[in-house]
Design a protein around this ligand. Structure first.
Ligand code: 2AM
Ligand code: CA
Ligand code: CA
Ligand code: CA
Length: 262
């Protein structure tokens, strides 16, 4: 399979899905709670995922699809081509703000991330990557990340990590926050990952992410030299919900060792 052509097809589908989401903003939407009032899904998440399922099965019948909302295939191993799709990342932002949400897609072949996309729907910014060929921002090649010091860094942090919590030592996170230049919190994992790979943020971490939140971002990260993994620095397992850390290569190891691993 020619990855240049696959890239063109994927970008076209993602932009079409984005147009459908924008059109839906003028219509009544249905919001449903999944596990709690902070874990929501709308009919637009579900319809957008179904659009990918229909289009991928039509254009690439041998490819499989893993989506957050479960309309795709049941995936227990990553042989062949698998599209890993989060139809709307930042659903709460979509509902409450009608901005700051993304479509993100990773296309993996035999478990290796070959193509990655984070599309910020309301701004039209497309961050994309083809393994070995670089990462792109609206088609313009991104530079490898340049080293940054903690003191000069901006870090994406969810406020719940500085309140007592069972995932990490919140007092160490508080020390991290005092050391860095500043923190930001955008409410969309994919958006924050897109900011790390473009150097707008220097690190981001979250304790419970799934394959669809990070699959596209990890392909892009590799192309600009951003490091990512779990709290121990091990590669993220696409079959598990687990912690995810991404950072400028100058920060990654110390961030994990001194601030995140309990
Ligand atoms: P989502 O919008 O696709 O659900 C902040 O909520 C970030 O964490 C978003 O990227 C969100 O993705 C992700 N996330 C993952 N699991 C979540 C959950 N159970 N509840 C809320 N957000 C979750
Ligand atoms: Ca969700
Ligand atoms: Ca998500
Ligand atoms: Ca989602």
């Amino acid at each position: 399979m020619n990855h240049q052509l696959l890239d063109e097809a994927a970008q076209k589908l993602i932009r079409q899905a984005g147009e459908r989401i924008k059109d839906s903003l003028h219509k009544q939407m249905t919001v449903t709670e999944k596990t709690s009032s902070s874990d929501l899904v709308t009919n637009i998440d579900i319809e957008t995922e179904q659009f990918f399922v229909d289009q991928v099965s039509k254009q690439f019948p041998e490819h499989r699809l893993l989506g957050e909302e479960g309309s795709g295939d049941v995936i227990t191993s990553f042989d062949g081509y698998v599209w890993i799709v989060d139809p709307i990342d930042g659903t709460t932002n979509f509902i409450n703000q009608q901005r700051n949400f993304c479509i993100t897609v990773g296309i993996y072949k035999d478990g290796i991330g070959e193509l990655g996309y984070i599309y910020q729907v309301m701004t039209g910014e497309m961050i994309s990557a083809i393994r070995g060929q670089g990462a792109f921002q609206n088609g313009v090649k991104l530079h490898p990340l340049t080293p940054v010091a903690f003191e000069d860094s901006l870090i994406g942090v969810n406020a719940s990590w500085v309140a007592p919590n069972r995932h990490i030592d919140h007092e160490r996170v508080a020390r991290l926050i005092k050391r860095v230049r500043g923190t930001r919190s955008y409410g969309s994992a994919a958006l924050e990952i897109s900011y790390v790979v473009t150097g707008r943020l220097d690190a981001y971490f979250s304790m419970r992410l799934s394959a669809w939140d990070v699959a596209g971002g990890m392909v892009i990260a590799n192309e600009v030299g951003a490091l990512s993994g779990t709290l121990g620095g091990a590669p993220f397992d696409l079959l598990k919900k687990q912690p995810f850390v991404i950072a400028n290569p100058a920060l990654f190891e110390e961030l994990i060792k001194d601030y995140l691993v309990k």
